[in-house]
Design a protein around this ligand. Structure first.
Ligand SMILES: [Zn+2]
Length: 294
């Protein structure tokens, strides 16, 4: 019964209790040729990124938005109806800087990169942070279901190309004043001349052309794994992230020799089709669970 979560005490002599399911998951990943990864928002939290609280990182970066607009956390800022593109970009450039361009890789992401080193992979994530790319995973094989702070798009949706934000972010962070970015730094659509905004799920969100590239990569991955040993791993997927689980479940039900590991998250019991291949790691500390698998 892979799903059993009795904690073993055999690690007790070293001073910790090891969930035997972590050992089982570790062996599955070691034996796998390829991994299909689904990541939810709990992984952001485990890395120390809090979208819903006014923690130190938020207050250090967004004190001006807090006092001028009453914005209390990252999530409120992302959905705030800023009246001008200048203010929108003042917030979003700081967001992109904090999450990606000025960020150092977290321990958890570095460990995931080690865990999946030398394996074929594809990653589906609801995170907008770009942290898989930050530790070197191929952007074409990281499908971000809610967009990310790395790309921008035409707000009119006149075409669906996603453009990298690149160096623009740092210029905006440095040159903004009292929540305003100088007009000359604001990006315009090269096709219609309209305003551009970050490609984040919400009012202006378009499925970009890079999604087509990623879909091709996913199909190609799907073809390659047919005769390979596949481990499917979801990390921190909860009720709000259910979309990131769908492709994993689809592959799990069709590729009947693939094992399915769930680290944290809200899936307590597996559907009957994959019950005998399901390993549940109930440790709420995702960072520790990943570290123990190395
Ligand atoms: Zn346009």
């Amino acid at each position: 019964m892979y799903g059993d979560d009795n904690l073993s005490t055999f690690g007790g002599i070293w001073g910790w209790n090891m969930d035997p399911n972590i050992l089982h998951a570790k062996m599955i990943i070691e034996a796998a040729d390829a991994v299909l990864v689904g990541a939810g928002r709990q992984l952001d939290t485990a890395e120390g990124v809090n979208f819903m609280s006014a923690d130190m990182a938020f207050l250090e970066n967004f004190e001006d938005f807090h006092s001028n607009y009453g914005i209390g956390n990252l999530s409120e800022g992302i959905t705030f109806p800023f009246l001008t593109d200048s203010t929108h970009w003042a917030f979003m450039s700081k967001l992109a800087h904090m999450l990606y361009f000025g960020a150092t890789p977290s321990k958890i992401m570095l460990n995931l990169a080690r865990l999946f080193a030398n394996k074929d992979y594809f990653i589906v994530t609801n995170s907008i942070c770009g942290h898989f790319e930050l530790v070197g995973f191929d952007p074409n094989r990281v499908y971000e279901t809610s967009g990310s702070v790395l790309g921008m798009q035409c707000t009119r949706g006149c075409h669906n190309k996603i453009y990298p934000v690149g160096d623009m972010v740092e210029q905006m962070v440095q040159q903004q004043d009292d929540c305003f970015v100088p007009e000359e730094l604001l990006p315009v659509c090269p096709v219609c001349g309209g305003p551009m905004r970050l490609n984040l799920e919400g009012m202006f969100f378009v499925q970009g052309t890079d999604d087509e590239v990623k879909q091709k990569e996913f199909l190609s991955f799907n073809g390659r794994i047919q005769n390979k040993k596949l481990a499917i791993i979801e990390i921190g997927i909860g009720q709000v992230d259910i979309g990131a689980r769908m492709p994993l479940m689809k592959i799990a039900t069709t590729k009947t020799d693939a094992d399915y590991i769930a680290v944290g998250g809200n899936m307590q019991n597996a559907p009957s089709e994959i019950e005998d291949r399901f390993v549940k790691i109930r440790d709420n500390d995702i960072e520790r669970a990943i570290r123990m698998m190395l």
